[in-house]
Design a protein around this ligand. Structure first.
Ligand SMILES: *[C@@H]1O[C@H](CO)[C@@H](O)[C@H](O)[C@H]1NC(C)=O
Ligand SMILES: *[C@@H]1O[C@H](CO)[C@@H](O)[C@H](O)[C@H]1NC(C)=O
Length: 422
């Protein structure tokens, strides 16, 4: 009897585990849409139920249906299961580069020529496997990247190693693979922090401004308002910590405000708890606090034009925006829904991720939802609540926001099974 119950318990546990794994792969750690702007500041919204749209720069608050710009050819499948597609505007070439949008080809860069509305797929070659950890552009595995406006070079941080990918003047793919270069290890933690280097900063929060990469969001040893700064043009990590006023040390998302001419000098930072919107000005070294997004969504993605910050939520293709004046450093009004783009279901890989929808408001789970390994949640200084702890049990953070609820459900099932046996 005893051994039989034990066997049933073990069976239940293994069923629970496989259920867990199943849910983990189905739950998206973010939207499977992506947003960015074109060089005239029209919003581009990709993969809303398989369609792509553009919203005119002056029409964000209009309910006029957005124009469809879906074209076929080498359009990405947008089916990567665990990590959102990442869209970047190449301002000089009016092109969009999309990372992590193809489950079967995780290392190619999809290119969208905005003027021609045409897609192509650029192969890239990753650095030697033993040397650096880049295997894909999956943010749940600690991948973070910015596209430098002036040089059109991607800089990515993964596993503490900086890599670069020079896309030259490309609006479209060439027949030859572009090679990722190994820039070197970033010793980001403050010198007096034990194990300085990438440890504790596996899920980077990176922001571009003034041709510098700003590392925020939980760099070990840094206090509120501090950043480590990498100078792109000299490939140089400044040894000093730079203070920009006041913003939390929590993992989060960023978007740089473009300018009509010249390099970006201000970036938005939204911590994963969605408690406020911060805008960091790297010329005046100050931070302005703006209204929090209406939707507190650690899996959300952001994009910015010169005058608008846009949030794409991780569920249902919901988009909203905040008008921002870079000169006055004030928001005009509050966050407003963009209704011209139709809602979308989130179906990475064709499987429903509805199980994760209930968790959208769970505070603090995000480290995983947004990017990455659970260790980063702790590093971000906000491993609050049980959901985070639950995420820590999942395998790779890839599980995202779903895991808390999924695990909760598994526990409930186990509880019933155990109760039934007693
Ligand atoms: C994420 O965690 C996995 C194991 O849980 C580990 O193998 C991997 O190196 C981690 N990734 C990063 C970027 O730290
Ligand atoms: C901002 O900080 C940098 C580096 O510490 C300094 O060189 C610059 O003068 C500061 N800017 C202002 C406006 O204080």
């Amino acid at each position: 009897m005893f051994s039989r119950s034990f066997a049933r318990l073990a069976l239940a546990a293994s069923a629970a585990l496989s259920l867990c794994a199943l849910s983990a792969s189905a739950a998206a750690a973010g939207p499977n849409q992506c947003i960015t702007f074109d060089a005239s500041w029209n919003l581009l919204a990709f993969n809303f139920d398989g369609k792509d749209y553009t919203v005119p720069s002056d029409g964000l608050s209009s309910s006029t249906p957005a124009a469809a710009i879906t074209s076929t050819g080498s359009r990405p499948p947008f089916d990567a299961p665990s990590s959102p597609p990442l869209c970047y505007l190449s301002q000089f070439f009016n092109a969009v580069y999309v990372l992590n949008a193809d489950a079967s080809d995780p290392t190619s860069v999809y290119m969208y020529d905005i003027t021609k509305k045409s897609w192509s797929k650029q192969a890239t070659t990753l650095p030697g496997k033993d040397k650096v950890p880049l295997q894909s552009f999956d943010i749940t595995r600690g991948f973070g990247a910015i596209l430098d406006r002036d040089t059109n070079v991607f800089y990515a941080l993964t596993g503490g190693e900086m890599l670069s990918l020079n896309l030259g003047e490309q609006k479209a793919a060439t027949g030859e693979a572009v090679v990722w270069n190994d820039v070197g290890e970033m010793a980001l933690a403050k010198a007096d922090v034990e194990g300085s280097g990438a440890q504790g900063y596996e899920s980077p929060t990176m922001a571009l401004a003034q041709n510098h990469i700003h590392f925020i969001g939980g760099v070990p040893g840094l206090k509120e308002g501090d950043a480590r700064v990498f100078v792109i043009h000299f490939s140089y990590l400044q040894p000093e910590v730079q203070s920009y006023g006041n913003f939390p040390t929590q993992h989060g998302k960023t978007a740089s405000f473009f300018k009509d001419t010249g390099v970006q000098t201000q970036f938005a930072y939204i911590p994963d708890d969605g408690s406020a919107t911060y805008v960091v000005d790297v010329i005046s070294n100050t931070t302005t606090t703006l209204p929090a997004p209406s939707l507190k969504d650690p899996g959300a993605q952001y994009a910015a034009s010169p005058s608008a910050l846009v949030q794409l939520s991780s569920e249902g293709g919901k988009i909203s925006f905040l008008s921002y004046d870079q000169d006055a450093k004030t928001a005009k009004g509050d966050w407003t829904a963009i209704t011209g783009v139709p809602a979308a279901t989130n179906v990475p890989g064709g499987s429903s991720s509805s199980s994760s929808s209930a968790t959208t408001t769970t505070g603090g789970t995000s480290g995983s939802g947004a990017s990455g390994n659970k260790t980063s949640s702790a590093a971000g200084g906000k491993a609050t609540g049980g959901a985070s702890a639950a995420a820590g049990k999942g395998e790779n953070g890839a599980v995202g926001r779903g895991v808390g609820v999924v695990l909760g459900g598994v526990m409930a099932v186990l509880g019933v099974v155990v109760a039934g046996m007693l």
